[in-house]
Design a protein around this ligand. Structure first.
Ligand code: BGC
Length: 386
């Protein structure tokens, strides 16, 4: 890798050409994945279908890239990891891909190993955005650039770039959906709503929550939306590790205290699919009233099934192939001594300053368009969601 001074990369990135949206074509062209991850990762159908293609046809880079993912428990991270690995290998890089079972100490030691075993660039989807400062000092000392993947790494000046989907937009899409479905500007109401967001250590959770609540707050203030549980502030509605079981038991308690007498629950604002699944499981077991609107994010397979069955109203599709492709583009540019493409230099301050970011656009998904988005695009097969 031809290294440039980190400061130069940062300075030039700030004035880099502003790009709009994400390339949606990159992944299918470059996903000529050679190797299986050697894990139970479920790669999107398209990547699987191309698994036989030779890897060297598009090789351009060289050097070793460390890719640290939070957990294999959630489908999306398996896809993020395997897509990125496949594309990086196809671009000529060696890849050290690790999953950390949602355990912070494991992730720290994996990153340490990557730094000590010759990785020249790190791509990290953090478990806890605040826990990597110390280990990343070592990366900075060795001039190893760091791309924060999907989740921003906080309070570390070792972070060179951030690549994610527009997290605030995810939240506004969820909030707007509830607003439209309940016809909040015209209907009389009041409507009962409950709220579930994600892990408090995940910076994204605050953006998802903030985007949705910014849309809905006026209706909460006017009394058109009622939160019967009284649980609305971020810390109270946060879900540690985004765990389905945690969301489910919190919903159990909310139903038994507020909706057991047949009181109608009109909407459940869930920041993602794992929390939506918990809320849905609980409602199925405990709630007898008319089924509420339930939001989500990720288009995880069980949630797509629930959308088809009418148990979840919508999700947000964040095509992991798109993000993976964009990150591979960023890696390639940095490894060749250039600047990575960015399209946002204002939004994501990690406590040490704004991190130049590339934000991909999240897409609304529901039972009416899932076929086009997920099946026709090769993300899933029909069998995946039956
Ligand atoms: C991601 C979401 C995901 C959540 C739980 C967030 O940081 O942006 O897509 O649902 O983590 O893994």
């Amino acid at each position: 890798m031809k290294r440039k001074l980190l400061s130069m990369i940062l300075a030039t990135a700030m004035v880099a050409t502003m790009l709009v949206g994400c390339s949606s074509s990159g992944s299918s062209e470059t996903a000529s994945t050679p190797a299986d991850t050697g894990t139970e990762a479920e790669a999107p159908a398209e990547a699987e279908a191309e698994a036989e293609a030779p890897a060297d046809t598009q090789a351009s880079g060289g050097g070793k890239v460390g890719v640290a993912m939070p957990t294999k428990d959630l489908q999306r991270w398996n896809q993020d990891g395997s897509n990125m690995e496949a594309e990086l290998i196809a671009a000529g890089y060696e890849v050290d891909l690790q999953y950390a079972s949602n355990d912070i100490a494991t992730q720290v030691s994996q990153i340490e190993n990557m730094i000590n075993s010759g990785c020249e660039l790190l791509v990290i989807a953090s478990i806890d955005g605040d826990s990597l400062g110390t280990v990343l000092e070592q990366a900075k000392e060795k001039n190893i650039p760091v791309i924060a993947y999907d989740r921003l790494i906080m309070n570390s000046d070792a972070v060179t770039y951030y690549a994610t989907f527009d997290n605030y937009m995810v939240g506004t899409k969820q909030g707007e959906y509830i607003k439209e479905q309940l016809d909040l500007d015209n209907a009389e109401g009041p409507f009962n709503m409950e709220v579930f967001t994600g892990d408090p250590g995940d910076n994204n959770a605050r953006f998802f929550y903030g985007g949705a609540i910014d849309v809905l707050q006026p209706y909460i203030d006017s009394g058109k939306i009622v939160i019967k549980s009284g649980q609305l502030d971020f810390e109270t509605v946060a879900t540690a590790n985004w765990a389905t079981e945690t969301a489910q038991s919190r919903m159990d308690a909310i139903i038994s205290a507020n909706y057991a007498d047949g009181t109608k629950l009109d909407a459940v604002l869930c920041s993602n699919d794992s929390t939506a699944l918990g809320a849905t499981n609980s409602l199925e077991a405990n709630y007898t009233g008319e089924w509420p609107i339930i939001t989500g994010q990720d288009c995880d397979k069980p949630n797509v099934k629930n959308m088809i069955d009418g148990k979840q109203s919508m999700s947000i599709f964040k095509d992991t192939r798109t993000l993976a492709s964009k990150v591979v583009e960023m890696v390639d540019a940095i490894m060749k001594g250039g600047e990575a493409p960015v399209n946002d230099t204002e939004t994501y301050d990690n406590g040490t300053g704004v991190i130049p970011s590339y934000l991909c656009e999240p897409v609304f998904a529901d039972a009416s368009n899932y076929k086009e988005l997920l099946i026709d695009s090769g993300y899933y097969t029909e069998a995946d969601i039956q």
